[in-house]
Design a protein around this ligand. Structure first.
Ligand code: PHE
Ligand code: NA
Length: 500
């Protein structure tokens, strides 16, 4: 069977940017930057982008392009089957993430509708947790299904899987060619409106004001690296899979730089828009920006609704555009993450792409119902923490060490990229991959293990968010470990004869 291919170079770039630009850019970046030194965060951030983000993106593009397979198949071919497990590990981490990422998109979709008449009323926090999520159980219990979340969730999966069923060119590429330009236009409108609000300057000042002490804090560097991995969708098997559909003649290095900078540009824009809006609200309520800024789900789903409430006219429109941006940005990322296991399953078992979408994507959709129950938010929170820290960051670390040091593939990959790219990779690339990235990620892993094993969280139980040991085990540790175990198990099976 002929391997699917992107129709155009722009199509591939749109898809890669579509994967990178997601919920992480709009609600995660602004508060991560703000909490980690504001203007001064840009130094560790740029450093992480240039020493880890773009170098790893180049590596993953090169691997996918050269070996033309899903992540496990590409690793299998590169290493004489020894590294196949790493590809499956990344795929199972992606599988888990897709189950709850879809749920956050479902919230955004529902909030797009709520925006029309500010259905959340004046107490937006109570609305989110009590009325919308119906969070009435203790962590670890599921409670009943919340239909207000489940219905948009079904819609999210129907759209994502429907687009995947269209194929690489007519599905993924086409959708990104429509969604990404639309997203850019509506998000620009949101940002322009935000910076022209009264008090916007206050917010921007809070956001950009550099706290130079922060750059002396190792945790800030760790935050920058962690964010870059998540934001660029690297170490998730995604970029290998997408690059495997590139035509033989493709510029790899250039595409990686374009993808990396486009993602950062979008992030910066989001930071400006979000903080301008926060400045407006602080000004309205006579508070300091620090008092209205919030982290995590609270920023998009509690604070933004408040901002929309106070808007000087066209409240509904601003809200719709904001939540529609979140929805579109999230959908293109969900499509990319689902494609990793669609490609892997179909190649491994020799089943058609469509069967892999129905069974693989269908299974993820069914599992995601767990997060649409009354206790769903706690499950989502704990799974997200563990799978990101002990999935993505760990895979990134293992990937660079094995590829550069154990299997010594860096020179060969560099030659492959250089033979077809405009920008030629020099010694810096290998130094970043082989030395800088492993040191920072190694330090990061060590700190994480220490905090979790020694129960150093500042809570009663000493666990993340003060969750009970059982819940941490069931919802967090075992999920992160299962991704690795499944990864290893899957690598024992034989490839379907078409791909051996
Ligand atoms: N890159 C996405 C973002 O910034 C996050 C993501 C990671 C999405 C991995 C899918 C897969 O939101
Ligand atoms: Na991103």
């Amino acid at each position: 069977m002929e391997r699917s291919q992107w129709g155009t170079r722009a199509g591939f770039i749109m898809a890669a940017v579509g994967s990178a630009v997601g919920l992480g850019n709009i609600w995660r970046f602004p508060y991560v930057a703000y909490e980690n030194g504001g203007g001064a965060f840009f130094i560790p951030y740029l450093f992480a982008l240039l020493t880890a983000g773009i170098p790893i993106l180049i590596m993953e593009f090169t691997i996918g392009h050269k070996y033309r397979g899903s992540a496990p198949l590409s690793f299998f071919r590169m290493s004489g089957k020894k590294l196949e497990w790493m590809g499956w590990w990344a795929i199972f981490v992606s599988f888990v993430i897709s189950t709850y990422y879809a749920v956050i998109i479902a919230w955004a979709m529902r909030y797009t509708i709520f925006s029309v008449n500010q259905a959340w009323g004046s107490d937006t926090e109570a609305f989110l947790f009590n009325d919308f999520l119906q969070l009435t159980v203790t962590p670890g219990q599921t409670g009943g299904v919340v239909w207000g979340v489940l219905i948009p969730l079904i819609l999210v999966w129907a759209i994502a899987l429907g687009i995947l069923l269209g194929g690489v060119k007519k599905g993924i590429e086409m959708a990104n060619r429509i969604f990404i330009p639309t997203l850019v236009v509506i998000f620009l409108i949101v940002v322009i409106r935000a910076v022209t609000l009264d008090g916007a300057a206050l917010g921007l000042e809070a956001f950009f004001k550099p706290n130079f002490d922060a750059i002396m804090d190792p945790q800030v560097w760790v935050a920058a690296y962690g964010h870059i991995f998540f934001s660029l969708s690297i170490a998730f098997a995604i970029m290998i899979t997408y690059a495997s559909y590139l035509p033989k003649k493709s510029d790899i290095t250039n595409n990686a730089f374009i993808t990396g900078f486009a993602n950062s540009a979008f992030e910066l824009l989001a930071g400006i828009g979000v903080f301008a809006a926060l400045g407006f609200m602080a000004n309205q309520q006579g508070l300091a920006v620090a008092d209205v800024a919030a982290a995590g789900v609270g920023l998009a789903f509690v604070v933004f609704p408040q901002i929309i409430n106070e808007f000087p006219g066209f409240n509904g429109l601003f809200g719709v555009l904001f939540f529609l941006s979140l929805t579109l940005a999230g959908l293109t990322s969900l499509i990319s993450i689902t494609e990793t296991y669609v490609a892997g399953f179909s190649e491994k078992f020799g089943i058609s792409r469509n069967k892999a979408i129905i069974f693989g994507g269908g299974l993820a959709a069914v599992i995601s119902i767990l997060f649409a129950t009354q206790g769903g938010l706690f499950f989502l929170d704990v799974a997200d923490y563990f799978i990101n820290q002990f999935g993505v960051a760990a895979i990134g670390l293992v990937e660079v060490i094995l590829i550069v040091w154990v299997f010594r593939k860096a020179d060969m990959l560099r030659d492959h990229a250089n033979a077809i790219s405009d920008i030629r990779l020099g010694g810096w690339w290998k130094i970043c991959l082989g030395i800088v990235t492993p040191i920072v990620l190694g330090y990061m892993m060590f700190g994480l293990l220490k905090t979790n094993l020694l129960k150093e969280f500042d809570t009663e139980t000493g666990n993340y968010e003060g969750y009970s040991d059982t819940f941490i085990m069931l919802g967090g540790t075992s999920v992160a470990l299962a991704a690795l175990v499944f990864g290893i198990l899957f690598s024992f099976g034989k490839w379907h004869k078409d791909h051996a």
